[in-house]
Design a protein around this ligand. Structure first.
Ligand code: MSP
Length: 526
């Protein structure tokens, strides 16, 4: 970047319903955001990364009732399960928002008043279908019916008939403006397949949206009529503004970070973010976010993840089994981001062993132990570089970062990681062809050059791995003697290359090879 003031970058996760225990699906969304937040920070941006919990609505109210406690005490307790993930998964979020906080209630009510002043809210009666699990209204034409007469939403959630006085948002009036907005901002909804779904949904006609409820009271009171609480989605979406100081639009965070650069969501909640949210914002005279990315869903060993099947994967199970950085890496490496993916322990193990243990870990181990043993425990002085040395260094010090940046700006995590894997493989192939162990006697100067090139490539790989595997990358950089202030991505260049003479201690393994459990071997074979 050229200007002195860092460019702002605001990224958000969905806020999680507290009635659920955190699982792989929740972790996936937040790890993806964390990688982007870390990458942007290291790339010189002023980042704000927000996550939190969605605590109102009928679903949470019912869960509290089932637990036999009042909803506030219930949410105080269970929201901690999500907050604890920050430590467990090493998230670098700058804030954690809860929708029961006073700052949020104030913001949600202020946004409501703006919509009311704009003439976009009216009072009427709602009668129709509602799915508590999705906290969503459905039209009759969207539903199927089970043999016993239960109406089912496209998501599989059971629907109930609701009839009550309700405030409505004039969504129908926003159809043309939303379509024009999508047209003028082609990158607003990604991936393209999701964008096309949203465009055809809006083109098929929008109904006004019921935005308040009267038959329970666990929500933000509607200003001026506290018989009503706000529909949980209008309340929840506002969290993205609350965290910037809204309704104070002069607040420093609001001024620098709105509109958000990226709302990351799962494909199941795209409609709320890509249709309702920009309509609310435009109606309130605020800019819509710059981009909504809808990622796919994980199945577990080929099956839907569900409590009834007993196959729900908790984040700590993965961390215990594979390690923290290995888990973060695998989640983003395995499946092209945006597609659905299948979680398999056999694949996780294979990836971790082949790419992290045998690939990057081994490259580092081989290089540093040869330097430690054969070069007086310090970084050797490189001599004239051969074309193959230059080719490897050019990728490491220049093109790799450019490509990673391009892929991450498009949320293509798997392709960004692939750049790292490719260079690691090339460096491991280079060790084999250069055979520095043979050069020790024949040509020690050339051995020093080869080992220097390898260590420098490893430095670049470690810098690039920081967003994905922060602890392991830090340990790699420590072992290479790279100072803390030399770890920004701007140091991925020849001018910041390793200094000959830097002391190198005997290396410690970074990515241990994991032992294959018998059942995983069978899964892999089957
Ligand atoms: N509270 C709403 C979001 C409000 S945002 C203003 C909500 N919460 S949720 O806890 O149900 O889901 C949060 C996220 O987890 C969603 O993005 C959802 O897609 C993601 N996942 C839940 N299960 C998942 C998988 N099995 N796989 C991948 N992601 C999944 O919706």
């Amino acid at each position: 970047m050229t200007t002195g003031k860092p460019e702002p970058y605001y990224i958000t996760t969905p806020i999680y319903y507290v009635n659920d225990i955190p699982h792989l699906g929740h972790t996936y969304t937040t790890v993806a955001c964390d990688v982007l937040a870390r990458f942007k920070r290291l790339d010189g941006y002023d980042v704000k990364f927000l996550t939190g919990t969605d605590e109102h609505g009928l679903k949470v109210h019912q869960a509290a009732a089932k637990a036999g406690i009042d909803p506030q005490s219930f949410t105080d307790k269970v929201s901690q399960n999500f907050r604890a993930l920050t430590d467990l998964m090493n998230y670098s979020n700058d804030d954690f928002i809860r929708t029961t906080e006073p700052r949020h209630i104030k913001a949600a009510q202020a946004l409501w008043k703006k919509l009311e002043e704009a003439g976009d809210i009216y009072l009427d009666t709602y009668s129709g279908w509602y799915a508590v699990r999705d906290e969503a209204y459905y039209g009759e034409d969207e539903l199927t019916e089970t043999p016993d007469g239960q109406k089912i939403a496209p998501s599989g959630a059971a629907c109930e008939w609701v009839e009550e006085e309700s405030y409505f948002f004039r969504l129908s009036a926003w159809e043309e403006r939303l379509l024009a907005f999508y047209e003028n901002n082609p990158g607003f909804i990604q991936p393209d397949v999701r964008r096309n779904e949203v465009v055809s949904f809006v083109k098929s006609g929008l109904r006004d949206l019921s935005i308040s409820r009267t038959n329970f009271d666990w929500g933000v009171p509607v200003p001026g009529n506290d018989k009503h609480v706000m529909y949980v989605w209008i309340d929840a979406l506002t969290n993205y503004l609350t965290a910037l100081g809204y309704p104070d639009t002069d607040a420093p965070d609001f001024k620098s970070f709105w509109p958000a650069d990226l709302h990351m969501v799962g494909k199941d909640i795209l409609r709320f973010h890509a249709v309702y949210w920009p309509a609310f914002l435009m109606a309130a005279g605020l800019e819509p976010p710059k981009r909504i990315f809808a990622h796919g869903w994980w199945t577990i060993e080929g099956q839907k993840m569900s409590k009834s099947l007993g196959n729900v994967i908790a984040p700590h199970d993965l961390v215990d089994r594979y390690g923290l950085d290995q888990t973060r890496y695998f989640l983003l490496r395995e499946v092209p981001f945006g597609n659905d993916g299948n979680f398999s322990h056999a694949h996780a193990l294979q990836r971790v062993n082949s790419e992290l243990a045998n690939g990057l870990g081994n490259l580092m181990q081989r290089t540093l132990s040869m330097i430690h043993k054969n070069c007086d425990q310090k970084m050797p002085e490189p001599q004239d570089l051969a074309p193959e040395d230059q080719a490897l260094l050019a990728v490491a010090q220049d093109t790799m970062l450019q490509r990673i940046r391009k892929h991450l700006d498009a949320q293509k995590f798997h392709l960004a990681i692939e750049e790292i894997v490719k260079l690691t493989n090339d460096a491991n192939a280079y060790i084999d062809t250069q055979a520095p162990w043979k050069l020790k006697k024949e040509n020690p100067a050339r051995m020093g050059t080869v080992l220097y090139v390898l260590a420098e490539v490893t430095r670049c790989l470690a810098l690039a791995m920081q967003p994905f595997t922060p602890d392991s990358a830090a340990r790699m950089l420590d072992q290479l003697g790279v100072a803390d202030e030399k770890r920004a991505l701007s140091c991925l260049c020849a001018a910041e290359a390793l200094r000959p003479g830097t002391p190198i201690a005997a290396p410690e393994g970074i990515f241990p090879r994991l032992v294959v459990a018998e059942e995983t071997k069978q899964e892999a074979a089957g």
